[in-house]
Write a protein that binds this ligand. Structure first.
Ligand SMILES: Cc1cc2nc3c(=O)[nH]c(=O)nc-3n(C[C@H](O)[C@H](O)[C@H](O)COP(=O)(O)OP(=O)(O)OC[C@H]3O[C@@H](n4cnc5c(N)ncnc54)[C@H](O)[C@@H]3O)c2cc1C
Length: 526
């Protein structure tokens, strides 16, 4: 398989200035980039170059085997980003993993397959992004999926991503479902219905016990196509923009800088932190910020790097009354979607029991964690807080300043308190209560000041940064509703950075949908 992942581009693809030239160049081979490379190179008469900063995954078992996904965090396939110390969270530095490998974060993530609420997309459209309402994008979700129960009005079959629900629940998950029902929640066989609410089976992009990722499902089957070249270990440094037209780019591989040209389009799919970095290094961004960094301005787009959003997560940990035997799937199997207040139009809380203890360093230092402990991921999925990412220098490898402002808006902090209270209430329901031997972190039910302090020391990221090159119409928009960069011709963005508002779900399925949308626009079928 890897023989197609080349160290150099084909020499027959040069133009008259002796520059390598392709119809399309895709920057970043992550969740979105793999989809675009597939859809574009499916047209035999189109030449495509995919440039990825990370290496081939070489069939790494911890990438392919769902139970091992946590081991990828902090591995050589992780960028190891840090969020700025945030006073709301006791100035702790929060560690934000992102995939640095062919397959990107889609190859290191937890494989929860969640599309979000129909209202998420209808809100995008209502904000001026015509064509992004739920009804318009539903066919794309159906096209992506190979759903475990075949085709129906919302699911597809034979798509590149296998989506399965658990056949058998782990003892923790079985008890958690019963606890949700006795608490008063509706039961969902399918958590990807248009408006999920209640407790239900988790959908996972897992096929026959293996990760079903954009790399495995979209790219790997066509890796040998003659019209597709894939460069790995190659970092794009800068776009070439002449008179408002993106003509190509410069990448670095093996310490050499190489220019490639694009006849039709360059598509940025380098993810929420690196797509805006590439734009800014190329002179597209906030005029004042770029001037301060000594970068020549090409287009003043103040929204580049703004609007950063991420879901906050805190885990509560409990000791099971038996060994944590026979771990299953991605260490999960069910999820709760619930509202912190009944008058909300959609659930703002998501809880997932995890068959493993996961604590921040601060909580791990405070509480003793027994071997048979498990955690519940408690997350806020509808957020008001927004932040930014900034360059700290004009050098392409300089650290980024990343500040999502997790829980900064008081409404978010209050909702997180409600989320933790919900988790504590669920553990009091008879079916969960009877399998819990003791509380670990926290070691007892907390209230008010103690609960707030627990959140300040325990809150981190649910791994979903989005929004730094938002689609829209206003002065902070970076792309339009066709994903074209405003003010630059022949340049599009397709990745999680274009989300104007984060979905109330995990973000991989929405990102893959965005890439499918972009491919259809570029191929003229949407
Ligand atoms: C640990 C973890 C767990 C997660 N769990 C889930 C989950 O269970 N479910 C879910 O839905 N979502 C989950 N997510 C989030 C989800 O994986 C991401 O939202 C999604 O993969 C983002 O896709 P993307 O294409 O925007 O970026 P990425 O998939 O991150 O791809 C960006 C790619 O661009 C490459 N790149 C960056 N800069 C350059 C450059 N200069 N030149 C060339 N290449 C470059 C990167 O190496 C990377 O491969 C998780 C994420 C992480 C990190």
């Amino acid at each position: 398989m890897t023989n197609k992942i080349e160290n150099s581009v084909s020499t027959n693809l040069k133009n008259d200035t002796n520059t390598f030239i392709y119809d399309y160049i895709i920057v970043g081979g992550g969740s979105a980039g793999c989809v675009l490379a597939r859809r574009l190179s499916d047209c035999e008469n189109i030449t495509v170059l995919l440039i990825e900063a990370g290496a081939d995954d070489n069939g790494l078992d911890r990438i392919q085997r769902p139970l091992r996904w946590l081991e990828n965090i902090g591995s050589p396939q992780d960028y190891l980003y840090r969020y700025q110390p945030n006073p709301i969270l006791n100035n702790r530095e929060i560690y934000a993993p992102r995939g640095k490998v062919l397959g990107g974060s889609g190859s290191i993530n937890a494989m929860v397959w969640a599309r979000g609420n129909q209202n998420d997309y209808d809100s995008w459209a209502e904000a001026g992004n015509t064509g992004w309402d739920y009804e318009s994008i539903l066919p794309l979700f159906r096209k992506i999926e190979d759903w475990d129960n075949g085709e129906n009005s919302i699911h597809g079959k034979d798509g590149p991503i296998r989506v399965e629900r658990p056949e058998k629940l782990h003892v923790i998950d079985a008890a958690a479902v019963k606890a949700g029902i006795s608490y008063g929640m509706p039961y969902m066989e399918d958590s990807n219905i248009p408006a999920p609410e209640g407790v239900g089976l988790m959908s996972m992009n897992i096929g026959h016990g293996r990760r079903s990722s954009p790399f495995e499902g979209y790219l790997k089957p066509i890796i040998d196509k003659p019209n597709l070249n894939i460069l790995t270990d190659a970092k794009v440094l800068k776009l070439n923009i002449d008179n408002g037209v993106c003509t190509g780019l410069i990448y670095r591989k093996d310490d050499k800088e190489v220019t490639v040209a694009a006849k039709t389009e360059v598509v940025l799919s380098a993810g929420t932190f690196e797509t805006p970095r590439i734009l800014m290094l190329s002179g597209v961004g906030d005029a004042v910020e770029l001037k301060n960094l000594g970068i020549d301005l090409k287009v003043n787009l103040p929204g580049v790097g703004k609007n950063l959003q991420d879901h906050p997560l805190i885990s509560l940990t409990f000791q099971l009354n038996q060994p944590l035997a026979d771990l299953t799937y991605n260490l999960g199997g069910i999820n709760y979607y619930w509202k912190s207040s009944p008058d909300l139009i959609k659930p703002d809380l998501m809880l997932i029991p995890i068959q493993y203890p996961i604590l921040t360093q601060e909580l791990a230092a405070k509480y003793e964690v027994p071997d048979n402990a498990f955690s519940v991921f408690v997350t806020l999925i509808d957020i008001k807080s927004k932040g930014y990412m900034k360059l700290t220098s004009s050098l392409p490898d300089a650290p980024l300043e990343i500040e999502p402002n997790l829980l900064k808006d008081p409404a978010d902090f209050q909702a997180m308190v409600k989320a933790v209270e919900l988790c504590m209430d669920l553990t009091q329901e008879p079916d969960l209560n009877k399998i819990i031997k003791s509380w670990v972190a926290p070691d007892r039910r907390l209230k008010e000041g103690h609960l707030a302090e627990f959140i300040r020391n325990g809150c981190s990221t649910y791994f979903h940064p989005v929004g730094t090159c938002a689609m829209g119409k206003g002065p902070d928009a970076v792309v339009n509703n066709r994903l074209k960069v405003i003010g630059v011709q022949k340049l599009s963005i397709a990745d999680a950075s274009v989300m104007p508002q984060i979905t109330t779900s995990n973000t991989n399925a929405p990102t893959i949908m965005i890439a499918e949308f972009a491919a259809e626009v570029l191929l003229g079928t949407r």
